[in-house]
Design a protein around this ligand. Structure first.
Ligand code: NAI
Ligand code: MG
Length: 347
């Protein structure tokens, strides 16, 4: 039996950090089924070369042949480019990867101590403003731009269920619902109510009774996140807030280059470092590979290969704790390749 893993490096440092995830998986040996990797194309470079940002062949191979995948990062221009649409947003929709699960964890100096920051952002991954229905009108008073923000009961319920499940599996069993329903009472109101109702659904059958639920308005959540990150365990949020919250939380643990994620659906799991293509450090061999490596571990954990995932995570934690081989984003002088070597040795 083998584990077929799609690799989509994408653009920028995606290309530099995906080999690290691959090497960490290979290093596990017989802890997982024999990995069988397939390289797949997507991204802005792919678009400029072929005219398509997300080739149909990539989607087909993922859907029909792969057990899981790891995505690097893509560069998306800040200005509209005709014909281009972000392939990661597209892939999440095409594969119905409705949850983006982003654990943000610091590493305590003493392995027996609890980390200062130990939270999971559970981000809705298919709707909100990311439905990308935007229009521009020219009026008497100049240009007028509008975007549709879609929140559905179905998507809110399934992300809610995912968040409750994740909370249930953690020692503190605490869930904070993030919203702005004091202002957006219809859209965020629906999200908030639907998530809060999850424990009362008949099919849930009391399963979440031990989960303690709190809620918080998104702006004050960011404030409290910076002042007292310890209060958070699992945070569930609509797409845009979740995107922003997880980058903010990454600052608390030292670098975006440390934070992994998985895009999860009922049928497919795709690991993905939270960071983007980081053109400012491209080609310098200083991109932090740890987010990518941790994304491989998180993907394996979601697939049920807990032992393998633990081995990778422990190796990464030890490298961070020792602090002798780290990339410049963490204050070190190490190269990407040296950090990868250090992690592989620990595995
Ligand atoms: P970014 O996440 O690429 O970089 C933000 C900052 O963090 C930069 O200073 C970068 O050097 C640093 N950084 C990020 N990852 C790092 C790593 N592994 N090691 C060391 N330092 C790291 O966000 P930015 O600069 O706003 O966006 C750059 C491009 O990435 C844009 O084209 C954007 O559209 C794209 N992007 C793609 C994402 C994806 O594919 N999922 C997510 C976020 C941005
Ligand atoms: Mg982001």
């Amino acid at each position: 039996q083998s584990l077929k893993i799609g690799l989509i490096p994408g653009d920028g440092i995606g290309v530099e950090v995906i080999p690290a995830a691959k090497a960490a998986i290979v290093a596990l040996g017989s802890d997982i089924p024999k990995p069988d990797f397939v390289d797949l194309d997507a991204g802005f470079e792919c678009f400029t070369r072929t005219g398509v940002a997300l080739p149909e062949e990539t989607v087909r191979v993922l859907e029909e042949e792969c057990d899981c995948a790891i995505f690097g990062a893509v560069s998306s221009p800040t200005r509209r480019v005709v014909g281009y649409s972000s392939p990661i947003v597209g892939l999440r929709k095409r594969l119905d990867l409705y949850a983006n699960v982003r654990p943000v964890t610091s590493v305590a100096a003493d392995p027996n101590e609890k980390p200062d920051v130990d939270l999971v952002v559970v981000r809705e991954n298919t709707e909100c403003l990311y439905v990308k229905q935007e229009e521009l009108k020219h009026t008497e008073n100049g240009k007028e731009a509008r975007a549709t923000r879609l929140i559905t009961e179905r998507a809110s319920r399934r992300i809610g269920q995912m968040a409750f499940d994740i909370a249930l599996g953690r020692p503190r069993k605490h869930l904070t619902v993030i919203h702005k329903s004091n202002v957006l009472s219809v859209t965020d109101g629906l999200f908030r109510e639907t998530v809060r109702e999850v424990p009362t659904l008949p099919e849930v059958n009391g399963k979440y009774n031990d989960v303690q639920v709190a809620e918080q308005i998104v702006d004050s959540a960011v404030y409290r996140l910076f002042r007292e990150p310890q209060i958070y365990d699992v945070m569930v949020a609509p797409n845009l807030y979740g995107d922003i919250l997880s980058d903010a939380a990454a600052a608390l643990v030292g670098s975006l280059g440390l934070v992994p994620s998985v895009n999860a659906g009922d049928k497919f799991i795709m690991g993905e470092p939270v960071h983007g293509s980081a053109p400012d450090i491209l080609g310098l061999d200083i991109a932090n590979p740890l987010a990518s490596i941790r994304s491989a571990a998180l993907m394996l954990r979601f697939l049920g290969y807990v032992k393998g995932a633990d081995r990778i995570d422990r190796a990464v934690d030890e490298v961070i704790r020792e602090g002798t081989v780290l990339t410049p984003d963490l204050g070190g002088k190490g190269k990407t390749s040296e950090v990868v070597e250090a992690v592989l040795k620990k595995i």
